[in-house]
Design a protein around this ligand. Structure first.
Ligand SMILES: O=C(O)CCC(=O)C(=O)O
Length: 286
């Protein structure tokens, strides 16, 4: 199995408890700058050269870009996933010694990008079932300095424990979720005082992690710098393929297509879903 190394002090017991309690946590300096510098030019290249699983989320080309599975077409993303501590962060928050990649998701908002990311919960976007699908962790790694003004992520603390499944929300005028007979996310923005909303200013290399049931979103980018976030989803436990209506088409394509060829009800596995074991190493001297 592939090995992911992580310095002993990157993820503390306090981080794990905050993640379990709030469904979201910020881990400062989780990803060393050498990895951020490696992936930044690759992120720009991917945005300018969209692949089969990428989309312009905003109407204006390139303003709000969403690229999935970059690692399947770009070596720098692959090296990032196989050598950075990102997967180990996810594993440690789950108190697990192993972790499996689900997919990488690049989300960039250019200065002036006028699309907020609507409040949503990730669970029902994914064509997955099983106990692992119910506790899937998502990293959101800052490639730039990020503030709320530039479109920093926000999370409703504790919403992963509401025991409610919400319909996916479109990130733009796409109406493919309109026919789903599933409750919608409540109006968070209209009632912000009723919730404990978590957000953090980030430096490059800081990492946010949220639980698959946590309600989250982000505002427009009103700042004069780009906001590049590298979101990576990981799995632990039993995860089966469940191609329900409303799930992300690109994910269905990768799971069911070659070389993975996973059939409904079977474990999500194959070359595009590599597994890793975590090795804790001494924290380097500052
Ligand atoms: O980057 C964003 O604005 C949205 C990210 C997100 O929703 C996620 O990572 O689940």
């Amino acid at each position: 199995m592939n090995i992911l190394k992580i310095p002993a002090e990157t993820v503390t017991e306090a981080h794990v408890q905050a993640y379990e309690r709030d469904g979201a946590v910020c881990i400062k300096n989780a990803i060393p700058m050498e990895f951020i510098e490696m992936v930044r030019p690759a992120a720009d290249w991917c945005r300018r050269n969209p692949g089969p699983y990428d989309r312009d989320i905003a109407q204006e080309q390139g303003q709000f870009f969403g690229g999935q599975y970059m690692w399947l077409r770009n070596e720098a993303f692959k090296e990032f996933l196989f050598t950075s501590p990102a997967g180990a962060v996810a594993a440690q928050l789950l108190r697990s010694e192993t972790i499996q990649l689900y997919y990488d998701f690049l989300l960039t908002k250019q200065p002036g990008a006028s699309n907020p990311t609507p409040w949503h919960q990730d669970r029902l976007y994914y064509p997955l079932a099983g106990d692992g699908a119910e506790r899937l962790p998502s990293l959101w790694i800052a490639l730039d300095p990020v503030t709320r003004e530039s479109g920093g992520m926000e999370y409703v603390a504790g919403s992963h424990k509401w025991q409610k499944f919400f319909a996916p929300e479109a990130f733009n005028s796409d109406n493919r979720f309109n026919d789903l007979d599933i409750q919608r996310v409540p109006d968070i923005d209209g009632n912000r005082d009723d919730y404990r909303i978590l957000s953090w200013d980030l430096a490059p290399g800081d990492c946010l992690v949220h639980h698959v049931m946590t309600v989250h979103g982000s505002p427009e980018n009103h700042a004069d710098i780009e906001r590049r976030g590298l979101a990576i989803r990981w799995m632990a436990g039993e995860v089966y393929y469940d191609p329900r209506s409303g799930t992300v088409p690109e994910q269905n394509t990768v799971i069911s297509g070659a070389p993975n060829s996973v059939t409904p009800g079977s474990p999500v596995a194959g070359p595009d879903f590599p597994e890793f074991r975590v090795e804790v190493v001494p924290t380097p001297d500052a």
